[in-house]
Design a protein around this ligand. Structure first.
Ligand code: PEP
Ligand code: MG
Length: 894
């Protein structure tokens, strides 16, 4: 039979699934002998049972009774006792922290009788009546579902009637009469009296916590944080201790290291004669932790010892909540603490030095997201600027610019070379142009999956959303600051937004380059770096490179990108897209090719492109030295290189009506019309284009091999991999391979796996993956194009969907993150796994890699490690993140 209740003395920190994070950590503190007020945890199993049946499991009541009796025994008090009552708190605690998303009820056990007992025992009637009215207030709001304002209004009325401003100025009698008013309100709202039976209070509070798992806030939070909805929450029932009982009582929070910088020391805040919420609410100024030594020397000593014990035990930075009741220290909560990116790297290094963790373990203490955060330019911390407000950090970076309210203004500013920040209540697809033109985006509404957040992340643009203290008035072109009458910002005023923290500043905050990027660029040497973060990053990267199995390459189309990729640690190029090489002045040559009417004209057009291509490739090969380079044959449809259809059609029509049409324009319009496609992404592109446009692939292959010969003769030992895009069927690959092999032989090369020249294919269409065994026979390597593979597996137009309905899909929970950002393991990932397995079955040792955007996404890198790929390839800037995550994947998955 399932057991639902566990005493704190029965669990351990390993049991987060069953006991939730808070419960497991409380149990662990008891286990290692720290002073924790007695209590028990009702398991997540009980919550799940409740959510299934809308009823508490039948056994729960008896189990709670038995454990309650145990607490009563330990504390020497009974729940609801008229003379000396035990009070308990009822708190939620899921496996993953969901701060403030679920319910808590304190002071359970007070009723009309026990409140007098508490007053007598504590010698403090005011405290007793205040505790009772707080219970009614919390109970009414969270358990009875009443509007919180009902209580707040009565409290405010009482203060007004007494002519006081602070709650603390109300007397015991005031608070007692407030409880009468609260009871009446409860009766009016619910038709029944506030429950006087303490056990009934307890049972109702437990169910309310269960229910709060499905509360709107909690559901939304889980969606955003990608926490599964079926976990359920545990409930912790614990004897109350009071920090507001006397002058030698108090409460506070502390960290075993500075969560902002990682520095060791004494970090924390506390307040004497106060409750936890007073510390957080910021009504009274808290004191720094080291002052506690003077205020409560014994408790301070004990707390410092407990901090050491916890850090030693958890082998990591811990964050702790404590209460002192009449000089006695009680530990109320601990957990491995959240920290900034900088602190994460520094602490990982410190813990290796201290002999606390191994180098491999250090890789589990940092993430690619931390590293990404450290690579963005940031605001100069020394430039003291007051924060205007704070929203949700949606897309990192530091952006400064003038406020604009719409696309037209953003584009006008950008055209004038001025930086601007697009400010909206929320964005929609119509704002896309403005989002592109602006340096950053700021909204007053929405969370991490709002339209603005999704699109900005996709563009790599700095973005802060949900800054709800801003009232954006697009009509009058102002922003008002809620609660600050008369404080307005106007269109054109400068603001600075920090997409890594969500901070918004008035005015221009100076931006400084990231020292971590300086390090990757080779501008700063770790040994001589003044910034400790550089040494910490270097150290972790060295470990990651040693541990990883996946190789990391870069997607680079220019020599400059290639050189940067090498500096950032790329071991080769996984994708050179050649289409960029046909733009600019060369566009005309492509036009000649398309418009050619005779064989000679076509050949001449190709011949004019060839030497340019030789030069392009030679420069890239040179930048890559002895490393492998994958060059992809041209992929996009040719009409992308021609003028816009509508524009040209209008021009020709106007000219014709005025009787002076240009034959060149007419010819061009015919070509544009002939090549026009309704769905170009699925039309004449990739290998289809190569097979049907005589000489095009041939010209590119010749140019690649010519360039390759030049750099080989100059002493480089790299290899070249010629890659065919958008293959559906092995027959397509065979046609290109045959042609390529013949050309290669002219250059004295015999292409094959492991040879100087290899010929392989993109795997970016479902059919290719489903027939991978056959395709492998003709391919020296597979490179998964997960951008197209995502588009074609889902049937999503990759250029359209992120800006249109994705935010709705994210909001409604169709998926937790865009499948263009993080690989969809269940669908697209399955095709990848299938293709790797069948490809390698047909050709053992077949080299496989990925060159879609997912190659630089942390979560996806872990999948590619698991799927057994040989390498990931991503944009140069993401190469360090891919290296780190590949190392982490090796350590975490083995
Ligand atoms: C891909 O489809 O994943 C890919 C890398 O090719 P492109 O993005 O150029 O279509
Ligand atoms: Mg593609």
């Amino acid at each position: 039979m399932t057991r639902y209740v566990y005493d704190f003395s029965e669990g351990s920190m390993e049991q987060k699934d069953l006991l939730g994070g808070k419960g497991a950590n409380l149990a662990e503190m008891v286990r290692i002998g720290l002073p924790v007020p007695a209590g028990f945890t009702i398991s997540t199993d009980a919550c799940r049972a409740y959510l299934r049946t809308q009823q508490a499991p039948a056994e729960l009541a008896d189990e709670v009774s038995a454990h309650l009796a145990r607490i009563e025994g330990q504390m020497g008090r009974r729940l609801g006792d008229a003379d000396d009552p035990l009070l308990v708190s009822v708190r939620s605690g899921a496996k993953f922290s969901m701060p403030g998303m679920m319910e808590t009820v304190l002071n359970i056990g007070l009723n009309d009788e026990s409140v007098k007992g508490l007053a007598a025992q504590s010698g403090n009637p005011r405290f007793a009546w205040d505790s009772y009215r707080r219970l009614m207030q919390m109970f009414g709001k969270t358990v009875l579902d009443m509007d919180g304002d009902i209580f707040e209004t009565r409290l405010e009325q009482m203060k007004a009637a007494r002519g006081v401003e602070q709650d603390t100025e109300l007397t015991a009698e005031d608070l007692e009469s407030l409880t009468t008013k609260y009871r009446l309100a409860i009766q009016n709202a619910t038709g029944r009296d506030f429950p006087q039976d303490p056990r009934e209070q307890l049972d109702m509070a437990v169910l309310a916590v269960f229910r709060s798992w499905m509360g709107e806030r909690a559901v939304l939070y889980r969606r955003q944080e990608r926490i599964p909805h079926d976990l359920g929450t545990a409930v912790n029932v614990q004897a109350m201790v009071f920090g507001n009982l006397s002058e030698d009582s108090g409460t506070g929070v502390c960290f075993t290291r500075d969560p902002a910088t990682g520095e060791k020391g004494v970090y924390g805040d506390y307040l004497m004669n106060a409750q936890g919420e007073d510390v957080v609410a910021g009504i009274r100024n808290t004191h720094p932790l080291h002052d506690l030594e003077a205020d409560s020397p014994e408790a301070y000593k004990e707390l410092r010892a407990a901090m050491d014990t916890l850090e030693h035990h958890y082998r990591d930075l811990c964050d702790i909540e404590f209460t002192i009741e009449r000089g006695t220290l009680w530990m109320l909560q601990t957990r491995v603490g959240k920290r900034t990116a900088e602190a994460a790297f520094r602490i990982a290094g410190q813990l290796i030095d201290e002999g606390t963790i191994t180098e491999q373990e250090a890789l589990t203490r940092v993430t690619g997201a931390h590293l990404t955060a450290l690579m963005f330019p940031r605001f100069d911390a020394s430039a003291a600027t007051a924060e205007l407000t704070r929203g949700v950090a949606a897309s990192p970076g530091a952006a400064v610019g003038a406020i604009v309210f719409d696309t037209a203004d953003a584009q006008a500013k950008a055209a004038a070379g001025e930086d601007c920040i697009l400010v909206r209540t929320e964005t929609n697809p119509d704002d896309l142009g403005g989002m592109i033109a602006a340096r950053g985006i700021l909204t007053s509404r929405g969370g991490k999956t709002s339209h603005a957040a999704v699109v900005a992340r996709g563009m790599g643009k700095t973005c802060v959303v949900g800054a709800d203290s801003l009232v954006v008035d697009t009509e009058n072109r102002t922003i008002a600051i809620r609660g600050e009458a008369g404080h307005f910002l106007n269109e054109g005023d400068v603001v600075s937004i920090d997409g890594g923290t969500g901070a918004v500043f008035e005015g221009a905050v100076p931006v400084v380059a990231s020292p971590v990027v300086d390090y990757f660029e080779g501008r700063v040497q770790p040994e001589s770096a003044t910034d400790e973060i550089v040494r910490a990053v270097d150290r972790i990267m060295t470990i990651a490179d040693r541990e990883r199995r996946l190789k990391v390459r870069a997607n680079a189309d220019t020599p400059a990108d290639a050189a940067r990729a090498v500096r950032f640690g790329a071991e080769g190029i996984g994708l050179t897209r050649t289409e960029h090489m046909f733009l600019g002045e060369r566009r005309q040559l492509v036009e000649h090719l398309i418009l050619a009417e005779t064989e000679e004209e076509r050949e001449a057009a190709l011949e004019s492109l060839r030497p340019l291509q030789v030069q392009d490739f030679a420069e890239i090969f040179t930048a890559m030295g002895d490393r492998p380079v994958t060059v992809r044959l041209i992929d996009p449809p040719l009409h992308e290189f021609l003028p816009d259809y509508t524009h040209l059609a209008v021009k020709v029509a106007v000219a014709e009506s005025e009787g002076h049409s240009s034959p060149a324009d007419v010819k061009m319009l015919q070509a544009v019309t002939r090549l026009h496609e309704s769905n170009p992404m699925f039309g004449l592109r990739g290998v289809r284009l190569g097979i049907t446009t005589a000489g095009l692939f041939e010209m590119q292959i010749r140019a690649i091999l010519e360039a390759f010969r030049v750099v080989r003769r100059a002493g480089a030992h790299g290899t070249v991999e010629i890659m065919v895009p958008l293959v559906d069927a092995v027959e397509e690959l065979d046609l290109v391979r045959e042609e390529a092999e013949a050309i290669a032989r002219e250059f004295g090369e015999e292409p094959g796996a492991g040879k100087n020249v290899a010929i392989g294919t993109m795997m970016e269409l479902p059919r290719a993956c489903l027939t991978a065994g056959r395709i492998a026979q003709s391919a020296d390597f597979f490179s998964f194009g997960t951008n197209d593979l995502t588009q074609t597996t889902w049937g999503f137009s990759r250029d359209d969907v992120e800006g249109s309905f994705f935010s709705a899909y994210l909001d409604k929970g169709v998926f937790g993150v865009s499948p263009f950002e993080t690989i969809d393991v269940d669908g697209v990932g399955r095709l990848v796994e299938l293709a790797v397995a069948e490809g390698r079955a047909a050709k053992p040792g077949l080299k496989t890699g990925v060159c879609g955007e997912h190659g630089g996404d942390p979560e996806s890198v872990h999948f590619f490690h698991r799927a057994g790929l040989d390498y990931v390839s991503c944009s140069p800037f993401r190469v360090p993140v891919a290296r780190l995550e590949a190392g982490r994947a090796a350590v975490m998955q083995g």
